[in-house]
Structure formats: structure tokens, C-alpha cells
Design a protein around this ligand. Structure first.
Ligand code: SAM
Length: 276
């Protein structure tokens, strides 16, 4: 008897891809912005992919979501309000609620991501039902230009810098974001895999350095993202330093990670230093 196996692969380069063995494909839709696929995988539970790239899996989403929220949170003096751009799955909003943030605006361009997450990742998307979260379906680039509100934290939880997210990595966008941050506020963006996507890290570093005096990169191990090594880049008008609070650990994040995540391999430092 022939054994039938189904696999989803994300291509990292012309010569390398990572494949997940899947039980079923639960969904595939082409929206106005992107193609969304959802799989039930053997090792990582449900996996959401956008344009062929892994966005999140049930099993390891906590690493990305903790690192994009808890690191900047513990680097601000006080965080009472936050703006999330992207993040239609609700995972970043969920972590900010856990941190006690009282005002969260989440601007996601694609309503379909929110609907899919409500159905398949209810634990994450339930954050959108919380009275402290205002969900806006719209383009984050336009929102940040038009809003009059100032935020303590701005979190860019976007797809890679192609398609609708491209403009979330340029100087113009960071200039607008700077004017919507309080003086000691922090903006953070996911800036891709330093190994396979050095251009994303370069774009974020260059864009942020052109408008902020203080820019810092940190890294995390995310098994389902290209190469497993992921970067985040944060910036502020003020010096970035750790707040004095007692740190409550997550499942990945803890006090050691808050320090150690900023220690970078030399090849990552070289990408950053060559970004100007
Ligand atoms: N954890 C993910 C990662 O790094 O792979 C990101 C997850 S989240 C699902 C990314 C979201 O950003 C997508 O739902 C996408 O629709 C949204 N997005 C992309 N460009 C956007 C824009 N210009 N404004 C608002 N949301 C945007």
C-alpha cells in the first residue's frame, strides 16, 4: 500500500526549505492583500501561513509574542498605552493585556486574519473582545499618519517587508511613528531572520537610525521561523534602559533573556553596522 503524506514547505532560499508534515489543510483563501493558509501539523499544532511564510503555530507562538511585547515593556519607564500594527491573530494584544496595559489599539489591514484567528486560535483572538482593546481594520501606515493619540509602546507585528507591510519598514513610516510616541516611549518591529533575511534587518535598522538616536536589536530562538534565529529592532527618543520592576517571567521570556537577548553574534552586528 502506498503511504500518503502531506507536507507544507516554506522556502527559505532557492536551495533550502523547511517542511512540516500536515494532517489536513483547514483553509486556503486569497484575500485583497495576501494568501492565507491554515494547516493542522503533526509537531506544531495549527499553523497559519501568509503568502507561504509561517506566521504562527499553536505550539511556539508564545516565544514570538512574548519577545515582541515583554522586552519593550520592561524597557519603558511606564507603559499604559500601546499601538499594535498588524497582529491580526490577537497574540500580541493578549500579552499586552497580561502585562496590565489599559489602552491597546490594534490596527490590522486584513479582516480575514482576524476572523480566521477567532475561529482557529480563540485563545489569542479573545483579546479582541476585551474592553481595553480597540481593533481597527485598516492600513497601519495611514493610521499612524492620521492619529492624534500618543502611545507608550508601538509594536509592529507585521508580515515581512513585501506587499502591504513594505511601507512599515521605511523612514517615512518611522518619522510618523516617532511623532506618536511619548518622550520615553518605544517602538519595536519584528525585523526578520538575520541569516536568511538580512535585508529586513538592514531596512529596519537603517529606517529607525535615520529618525531615532537610540536603536537596539535583540534576538530570540523561534523554531518555526527561517533558521530559528529571529531579530527584533527597537528605538526610542530617550536612552533605552531596563525598568526597575520585578520581572514576571513568561514561558520563554525571563530576567536573563531580557539581558541576554541583546548580546548579538558578530555576523548580526556586521549586518547592523553595515546598515547605514
Ligand atoms: N508573527 C508574525 C510573523 O512575524 O511572521 C506576524 C503575524 S501577524 C498575522 C502579521 C499581520 O500583519 C498580518 O495579519 C497582515 O495582514 C498584517 N499587516 C501587513 N501589513 C499591514 C499594514 N500595512 N497595516 C496593518 N497590518 C498589516
Amino acid at each position: 500500500m502506498r503511504l500518503i503524506e502531506n507536507w507544507f514547505s516554506e522556502r527559505y532560499s532557492d536551495n533550502l526549505q523547511l517542511s512540516f508534515r500536515v494532517q489536513d489543510q483547514l483553509l486556503s483563501v486569497k484575500t485583497d492583500y495576501q494568501r492565507i493558509d491554515l494547516f493542522n501539523t503533526y509537531d506544531f499544532g495549527k499553523l497559519l501561513s501568509i503568502d507561504g511564510t509561517v506566521q504562527l503555530t499553536e505550539k511556539d507562538e508564545y516565544i514570538y509574542h512574548e519577545m515582541i511585547t515583554m522586552v519593550p515593556y520592561y524597557c519603558t519607564a511606564r507603559s499604559e498605552s500601546a499601538l499594535i500594527i498588524g497582529g491580526g491573530d490577537g497574540g500580541a494584544a493578549k500579552r499586552l493585556l497580561n502585562l496590565g496595559i489599559k489602552r491597546i489599539v490594534n490596527v490590522e489591514i486584513d479582516q480575514n486574519v482576524v476572523e480566521i484567528s477567532k475561529k482557529y486560535f480563540p485563545d489569542l483572538a479573545s483579546s479582541f473582545d476585551n474592553k481595553n482593546v480597540e481593533l481597527i481594520i485598516g492600513d497601519g501606515i495611514k493610521y499612524i499618519k492620521d492619529t492624534n493619540e500618543l502611545f507608550d509602546l508601538i509594536i509592529i507585528d507585521s508580515t515581512d517587508p513585501v506587499g502591504p507591510a513594505e511601507g512599515l519598514f521605511d523612514r517615512n513610516f518611522y518619522e510618523n511613528a516617532r511623532s506618536k510616541l511619548v518622550d520615553d516611549g518605544i517602538i519595536v518591529t519584528q525585523s526578520g531572520s538575520p541569516y536568511y533575511q538580512p535585508e529586513a534587518l538592514k531596512m529596519a535598522t537603517k529606517g529607525m537610525k535615520s529618525v531615532f538616536d537610540n536603536v537596539k536589536t535583540y534576538i530570540a530562538f523561534i523554531p518555526t521561523y527561517p533558521s530559528g534565529l529571529w531579530s527584533f529592532t527597537m528605538a526610542s527618543k530617550s536612552e533605552i534602559k531596563q525598568r526597575k520592576d520585578i520581572i514576571k517571567p513568561g514561558k520563554y521570556f525571563n530576567e536573563d533573556i531580557l539581558k541576554g537577548a541583546f548580546y548579538l553574534p558578530q555576523f548580526v552586528k556586521n549586518i547592523i553596522n553595515n546598515s547605514i
